[in-house]
Write a protein that binds this ligand. Sequence first.
Ligand code: UGA
Length: 469
Amino acid sequence: MTFVYPSEPLAVVPPSMAPRPRLTFVGTGYLGATYAICFSELGYEVLGLDVDEPKVAKLAAGQVPFHEPGLDDLLRKNLAAGRLRFTTSYEEVAEFGDIHFICVGTPQRADGMAADLSFIENAITSLAPHLRRKALIVGKSTVPVGTAEWVQHLVLGNADPSAEVEVAWSPEFLQEGFAVEDVLRPNRVVFGVKSDWAKAMLYAAHKGVFELAATEDREVPVVVTNFATAELAKVAANAFLATKISFINAMAEVCGASGGDVTMLAKALGHDARIGNRFLRAGIGFGGGCLPKDIRAFQARAQELGVGEALRFLSEVDLINQRRRQHIVRLAAELLGRSVGPAGPDLRGARIAALGATFKPNSDDVRDSPALSVVRKLSRAGADVTVYDPQGTENARIVVPDVTYANSLPEAVADADLMCVLTEWEEFRNADPIALAKLIRTPRVIDGRNCLDAALWIRAGWQYQGMGR
Ligand code: UGA
């Protein structure tokens, strides 16, 4: 069932008797911190919990522990307004909240492709025994289908039965770099519920979102469904996005072999409204803490369910994506006139400026970053790599410590034999090719994100190599 505010008639009194349900967010990583801050901005009383004491102290002091545009200001504003607090105490969370959103991580397991659900298990078994009155536990983390049922089972085994705690699932679709906007102005919300009470509580918890939309003459579609569909809504969306990116990257391979230009091809495809022009940017592929691990966990779960064949194409999506990273190293060898031996390209002694370390711009996240993976491969091929990233250096250093990090774009490019653009930061897109040509030893550029104006760079004397063009 889909409905749009304000047609939903249900009203509900929160168990705490507060005028609006009090919300808690368990796990204040990227997802939980963003939600906690944005929902306090919408006027809710919010308590965020994390087991990581330094992280909680930082948030409570008004510092967001990661880079997300606009979030710092909202954090400080809502801390000052007294609507937002952070704690490490599950007891306090249980006492305070009507709705507990579970926002902990579900990383890939070390021993395979499946998702590691231990953080969810810890969160539920730590929270449930403290619940003394009715409450709703809502899963937000990305999980294998079937997890919500298991969570309900865990709650039943750990909470006081007289509290009648219920479970629901409401996946999130926020994108890093646009997270504030995506939470305050979602393009849809999904409620996986088993009772009218859970539905009404979720509705009340999102009233601020619906009201904001109404003031802007927008509507937020609400899909109310069962647990399994709600869980699938998230992983299916990410699988589709990953497939779309790998599709255009596969076309880039074909363009490379046939003289086509994948950026023009994407334009031609995108004009068809059935296909659409978003997520058709060819380049070095997708990364981050979500898409790569989600398509793997989805395959693992499908295998368990006996429908592994249905998702076999996702392993091809993954392979296409991995090939993009290696492709840059081969392009570098070609441009530098280096040989490719049985052990791969030989880049010994070549000085390469790598622009970008994060998995996408406007983020300091380097998890499964294609940019850093390319840096590692270039360095392993013998190149002397200098990396510059506007926000990601601190995190990148931890993952790839054995390359040089520059403090500025000119510093990275100075005296290099080749420059590779690996993340499409605005600073790189707007860089002046004439000024940089004076700094670099030989003006050669690989545009790993097809984000530069090729004609402009060629006019400025650069040897330009895009991806699939
Ligand atoms: C992704 C989804 O887009 C969100 O909807 C979802 O909520 C989130 O995962 C999640 O599961 O939490 P995010 O990881 O922030 O969001 O990043 P995306 O914007 O999806 O980009 C993923 C990767 O794909 C990046 O490395 C990006 O550079 C790459 N990409 C994206 C391309 O290579 N080409 C494109 O056309 C688009």
